[in-house]
Design a protein around this ligand. Sequence first.
Ligand code: TLP
Length: 340
Amino acid sequence: MLIADLRSDTVTRPTPEMFEAMQVAGLGDDVLGDDPTVIELERLAAKLVGKEAAVFVPSGTMGNQMAIATHTKPGDAIIVEEEAHVIFYEVGAPAVFANVLTWTLPSDRGVMDPAEMRRRITKRNIHTPGTTLICIEDTHNRAGGTVIPLDVLAEYRKVGDEFGIKIHADGARIFNAAVAQGVHVSEITKHVDTVNFCLSKGLRAPVGSILAGPAEFIDAARFWRKRLGGGMRQAGILAACGIISLTKMVDRLAEDHARARRLALELGQLPGISCDPDANPTNLVMLNTEKLAADWAAALHAKGVWAMPAAANRLRLVTHADFTDEHLEFALGVFRSVVI
Ligand code: TLP
């Protein structure tokens, strides 16, 4: 039976070219700093996002937490959107590792208001923690893969510069944001000090993320990677796939966006479901369900369509390279046939 796995873009399997690249990759010991394929990936990644340096890390979660811990001191405050991945899905890590306080801000579909940001910044004194980092998420996962407009990013930069506060982007899907806006990724990353992005989502690598930023920052972040147990040895095997991700997998993200739009347009017409396609501009589709999303997920699963609830009445579908046109037609048919 065909399975349409829409749980996440993390489910993509490496391509035949990736398997081949793993076999022939030059290897060393990355903790000792001499794995040539990791070095090549880090150089390529840094150049792509217009930063001095980059470090290859096992996961996006680790990249984000290394960034927060490197940018801050225990007891500092950071500004972050209230439904951001670092708040919602990283198991309280900012409190555990960096020991920071989080000022969480509401947003309009993942986009925080720069004026509100300015109001929430605190200066360190005998009572208040100092705010030392703004953390943004682009695309925004829980908001439905939404994109932060470039002019808003420029406003964030102004706020950061005005208060001497660094900006970190959780850009797990930043290439989706770039493709959706028709710009080179560096047009986004030029507004932030550091960026974390995943190779293992829409870009199809089996494992791995990149944290990029100023050389001195990345040197310091490497200590956090080791401290968190993220030092990898012959990591060139994985980096070889990451190189293919960055050189060959970016443009095809437009296909995932087109299939997501079809899902949003057609499923939003079904009884008991609503969805605004314009609110889901990339590869994530959030369906508002009258009945419980968990009931939808169970009924769909029984028929070969896998999806995860994002909230009680919100079902998340994520398109990716292993979700083809055939899967799309199949999934639409299954949705039409399900009775909740
Ligand atoms: N997100 C996963 C789950 O954790 C929810 C998914 O399936 O979407 N930032 C953002 C915005 C993310 O969406 C994710 C993964 C991460 C960071 C963390 O990446 P990993 O899973 O590599 O730690």
